[in-house]
Design a protein around this ligand. Structure first.
Ligand SMILES: [Zn+2]
Length: 1121
């Protein structure tokens, strides 16, 4: 039984047809995905695609767009006023303009046609494939143009729809975003004769709906392409996109079909993407998107162009902020703000207003985004001092985050200096370019030599110029390496390097990305409206609440761009010389302003603050990360040469003024006591060559403590065992010796270097120290930047020519050798050895009236140095010249001087991390020591070094051909020294490094002996002593805010006078010592940070304070007089 069951239809299935209507196939995934391109491509279906619907009308007839032009001569870049005062001649579309780097001012008479005056959105489009800036008739710059289809539009003012003619200007710059390289390879030297055709100058009526659908489709299409194929979200995206296309085709591209398409898109991106409200949800976002525009202060274009790039880029950002309330833009480099303030006051005012509103966010705290490998410690300090003071004076705020996304490696003391400059946070990403090892962290504590730390974040998207693509957001998680501690990250987006910054498209795309995260999920949730500091503040909070971020101790060595320690040698030489000159000027100028405290009478001398600021700002500017490293085009080095020349001119005058105020006159003066000026904080004893002979002597013995040293002309007729002698023992074999060393020189190479005290040979048998070697130097791509590991395979020893004795003693002996490098290049090296105290004979050795008043000092380290001076004529192509020193010393680590300390690096290639350091940066010396003995190689203005096993190599000259075709060609003067020493690396090397670089300045004192005594007391008033001998009094200057120093630029002024003293531990030891100030009438002493904020008052006792310094710590005190 059972009977029939009544069929009761279940709810919902009523419409499910009983019979199949026909076959339905499974979509072939990749075909349906590849189809998407048709909708938005510029290809063969353009006219049938959404792209064809972007514009209702495009007008460029000469009735509505009338063009005339003024082309300034000689590549000049005139101001608006100058340019517009000239006659303009007619111009039209299709005309071409040039050559490279020239400027052309266009006057545009524009009338909006009646036919479109009621249309929704009107723009002016301009494109000549080069950069430009739109100016209103009243001289206000309003909008930057990039060219080449990128950022070509400017929204026309509403009030111009009045049917009348309106005038505005375009300042056309004949360079692209990345200069004027020929063809597609942007690092090739610029072509001087490029011309640019003006192809677009149109009034355009835009269909905003079509444009919006385009962005919807782009981002959903990315989801279809980039989400994993095993996710439903990927399949859904593909369906939505295909449906949008179907509707568009069905509606024949009608407005209605576009609106329908947008509705379909909402299924995937939600309903709120047309405004910043898309971000107003309760969900927590983990990716903080921040707009940024990296403008290289110089690179493939000169500074003059950068100044315009700033106005172009930043005016656009202000405009975007008006239209997109969520937009936040962070921007570094005080120098760029200063240029804007000087050259584009109206744009600067607009920026200032946005800073006040919190949307335009100054960041970085430094003067420029500088190189961190080569500037001295004090230069790094001044980058922060000048940067932070600028931001504070102009915007009432200091930066908390050090921002340096594009610099070629990060030296080990930066975290300490950041902390001392009020910054606890550091942002970068450049290590993602490492071509050997993958840096393992995204968010971590970066720890300096002294133990100071900053919280460091390296954007996981591995760029500071993200296009705000779907993929950028996605990679913010997929490439995040620190998610065990924290999954949040920064997404730094906006056109960069050549400037530009975010575009409206970027911001629109991010709205849709956020829409996807909230609507369908899977994509990391992005947010806008935050600042970088908000982001870091949350990380710091987490750390405070117990999250243990991993640590990285020591330098963030960049495994690429190692050639930048050597390229553009002249620029590097200028950098070091300028740093030393500034040191000496600030020391003497400080003392000159305090002379009255000893003498009791006021002098007319005042601290030359403005000139010093100008010098510092120039030096800091030239430390920009494409300038000092040598990776800019030739024009940039013409610029920096000019700036350095000015620095040295001003410096020479300032030095003379300060010394005159102290009573010193030129060595050539007929009267006055011969004196040496020693600005180093310890006694020196050395033999110096006079710039012009004194009596009959060419050399003098210089002996003395800080400040004043006594100079005795040396007699040149004596001989004796302890003096320096030289002999040609066999043809071509020269033996140089003094009381300590015996050297054998053959063809310019040192075949034996024997320490007579230690009875130790430094050159292995059969080896040659001071051997010049040439390498083939063709890196994978970045010529000026890189030297690649395989260059080591091409080592060629250069054969020295005939040597001859050029100085034969008794105070100094020298042997010179000319070595042919090629048919076009040569180098002449002179190895010299000085006599050693106490046997040097002075003219006064019988009376010793003056020398006897000087403390006897132990053998000065400088006299232990074997000096090699060199002159080279260099015309090579892609070759690398080094000088090498094989040694008998064995150690797995070598030591290199860095800013305010020492850094150790391996001499072996055990791991890929060790091997990556096959070429490294050093400051004044590099050292290889065992427990008992070592060799320091001193240098004058060189930075590249390598220690491979027991062989040390100083890098001298490179010959890259891009981006400067003539980099380093021509004449070079160089100097290096060998300092064999007892014991491991220590004070002797540190001091020798200083002495090798800091000249003793020889002058005459014009006043009476009593006055000289007083000046001597003044000059050596500041002393630092420590038992370890590791404390270095590195810098003396006047207080920035002292009432007689301050330039009153909006920062508080302090009453009275103060002296700022900077000291560091150079050896890496906790040290107790003292700082004393002798005759200076110091009332109070404050320990300060680098910005000279008083932190702690330090108790004084007997004109001194007790000092305790951590290993490699940098300490600043302000002595209030
Ligand atoms: Zn850069």
């Amino acid at each position: 039984m059972g009977g029939e069951t009544q069929m009761i239809p279940s709810p919902g299935s009523a419409s499910y047809p009983k019979l199949a209507r026909g076959p339905v196939g499974k979509q072939i995934h990749n075909i349906y995905r590849d189809r998407l391109r048709q909708f938005t491509d510029n290809g063969q279906y353009r006219q049938q695609s959404l792209r064809a619907k972007f514009y209702h009308a495009r007008i460029h007839d000469s009735t509505h767009v009338k063009l005339s032009v003024y082309s300034p001569p000689h590549l000049e870049r005139p101001t608006f006023e100058e340019a517009t005062s000239h006659e303009f001649s007619p111009a039209s579309l299709g005309d071409s303009f040039g050559p490279s780097w020239s400027t052309h001012w266009f006057r545009i008479h524009l009338t909006i046609p009646t036919s479109i005056k009621s249309d929704g959105h009107l723009e002016f489009h301009w494109d000549a494939n080069n950069e430009g800036l739109i100016w209103l008739e009243d001289g206000t710059p309003v909008h930057g143009l990039t060219g080449g289809g990128e950022r070509v539009e400017w929204i026309l003012p509403e009030k111009w729809r009045d049917g009348k003619e309106h005038i505005f200007y375009v300042e056309m710059a004949c360079n692209g975003m990345f200069g004027n390289a020929p063809g597609g390879d942007s690092i090739q030297p610029p072509k001087p004769d490029k011309y640019f055709t003006l192809h677009t100058a149109d009034i355009v009526s835009v269909d905003l709906e079509a444009r919006a659908l385009y962005i919807d489709f782009w981002i959903i299409g990315d989801a279809a392409r980039e989400f994993p194929e095993d996710s439903w979200e990927e399949h859904e995206a593909l369906q939505v996109c295909n449906s949008i296309m179907d509707i568009f085709i069905e509606g024949n591209g009608s407005q209605e079909s576009i609106r329908e398409g947008r509705k379909l898109a909402q299924k995937y991106i939600g309903t709120k993407v047309d405004s910043s409200k898309v971000y107003d949800t309760d969900y927590e976002a983990i990716v903080s998107a921040i707009g940024h525009c990296h403008i290289d202060t110089c690179w493939l274009w000169p500074w003059a162009e950068t100044k315009r790039k700033i106005a172009r880029s930043w005016s656009n950002q202000c405009d975007l902020m008006d239209r997109y309330p969520e937009h936040r833009f962070c921007c570094s480099q005080a120098q760029q703000y200063k240029w804007l303030e000087q050259l584009y006051p109206s744009v600067y005012d607009r920026v200032k207003e946005k800073v006040k509103q919190g949307t335009f966010q100054p960041i970085g705290g430094s003067w420029v985004e500088h190189d961190t490998n080569m500037p001295s410690g004090e230069s790094l300090t001044r980058q922060f001092l000048y940067g932070q003071r600028f931001f504070e004076s102009r915007f009432g705020q200091r930066c908390k985050t050090f921002w340096l996304p594009d610099t070629f490696g990060y030296s080990t003391q930066l975290p300490q200096l950041c902390r001392l400059a009020g910054m606890s946070r550091f942002f970068t990403q450049k290590l993602s370019w490492n071509n050997i090892n993958n840096f393992p962290h995204t968010t971590f504590n970066w720890v300096a030599l002294d133990g100071s730390q900053v919280i460091c974040h390296m954007a996981p998207d591995n760029t500071y110029t993200a296009e705000a693509h779907f993929g950028d957001v996605k990679r913010s998680v997929t490439q995040h390496k620190s998610m065990d501690q924290d999954a949040t990250s920064l997404l730094v987006f906006g056109k960069g390097d050549g400037g530009g910054g975010p575009t409206w498209e970027h911001i629109e795309k991010l709205r849709r990305c956020r829409g996807i995260s909230d609507q369908v999920g899977l994509l990391p949730r992005v947010k806008m409206g935050d600042s970088v500091d908000d982001f870091f503040a949350r990380l710091e909070k987490k750390a405070e609440n117990g999250t243990e971020f991993v640590t990285w101790y020591g330098e963030l060595y960049f495994e690429l761009h190692r050639g930048t320690y050597t390229t553009q040698a002249n620029n590097k030489w200028n950098n070091r010389k300028a740093e030393i000159l500034l040191h000496d000027i600030e020391y003497f100028a400080t003392m000159a302003t305090l002379k009255d405290t000893i003498k009791g009478e006021k002098s007319g001398y005042s601290y030359p603050k403005k000139d010093l600021d100008d010098m510092w700002e120039a030096v800091l500017l030239c430390q920009f990360h494409d300038c000092l490293p040598g990776s800019a085009i030739e024009m940039c080095y013409d610029d920096s040469d000019e700036l350095y020349a000015k620095v040295f001119d001003t410096g020479k005058k300032l030095l003379k003024d300060a010394l005159t105020a102290l009573g010193f006159v030129d060595i050539n003066s007929s009267e006055g006591r011969l004196t040496g000026l020693n600005t180093l904080p310890w006694s020196r004893k050395s033999i110096e060559e006079f710039t012009s002979p004194v009596e009959d002597s060419t050399h003098g013995l210089v002996v003395g403590s800080t400040g004043l040293a006594y100079v005795e002309p040396l007699e040149s007729q004596l001989t004796g065992n302890s003096l320096a002698c030289v002999k040609e023992t066999k043809p071509g074999i020269f033996v140089l010796s003094n009381a300590r060393f015996r050297l054998e020189v053959v063809a310019g190479a040192i075949t034996s270097l024997y320490d007579l005290y230690e009875r130790r040979q430094l050159v292995p048998p059969g080896s040659k120290a001071n051997q010049l070697v040439l390498y083939d130097d063709k890196p994978l791509y970045w010529q000026a930047w890189d030297v690649e590991v395989y260059h080591l395979r091409s080592r060629t020893e250069l054969q020295g020519g005939e040597s001859k004795i050029v100085e034969s003693g008794p105070n100094r002996v020298a042997v010179a050798t000319t070595t042919k490098i090629s048919e076009k290049s040569w180098i002449r090296t002179t190895i010299s050895l000085d006599a050693l105290e106490p046997s040097v004979r002075t003219r006064d050795s019988t009376t010793t009236s003056s020398t006897s008043t000087v403390d006897p000092c132990p053998l000065a380290s400088a006299s232990h140095t074997i000096t090699v001076s060199a002159e080279a004529e260099w015309h090579e192509t892609m070759k690398f010249l080094k000088v090498e020193f094989p040694t008998t010393i064995h150690n797995t680590d070598a030591t290199y001087e860095t800013q305010y300390g020492l850094v150790r690096r391996p001499t072996h290639y055990n791991t890929s991390w060790d091997m990556a350091k096959f070429e490294v940066c050093c400051h004044r010396f590099a050292d290889l020591s065992d427990a008992n003995y070592g060799l320091s190689i001193l240098n004058d203005s060189k930075y590249g070094f390598a220690t491979q096993g027991s062989t040390m190599r100083l890098s001298l000259l490179r010959a890259p051909k891009a981006p400067d075709a003539h980099a380093d060609m021509g004449r070079h003067v160089m100097k290096w020294g060998l300092l064999p020493h007892q014991g491991p690396v220590g004070q002797e090397s540190v001091r020798a490094g200083f002495e090798f670089n800091y000249p003793v300045r020889i002058r005459r004192f014009a006043g009476k002996d009593k006055e000289l005594g007083e000046v001597g007391v003044l000059l050596r008033s500041l002393t630092v002593e420590s038992r370890s001998g590791g404390l270095v009094l590195d810098w003396v200057k006047r207080g920035e805010d002292d009432e007689d120093v301050s330039r009153r630029e909006g920062l508080p002024v302090r009453e009275g006078r103060s002296v700022v003293v900077r000291v560091y531990d150079a050896l890496g030891a906790w040290t107790r010592g003292s700082l004393s100030w002798g005759a200076l009438p110091v009332r109070k002493v404050w320990r300060t940070n680098l910005l000279e904020d008083d932190e702690v008052e330090v108790p004084t006792k007997d004109k001194s304070i007790e000092v305790q310094v951590r290993a490699f710590e940098v300490v600043t005190w302000r002595l209030q007089l």
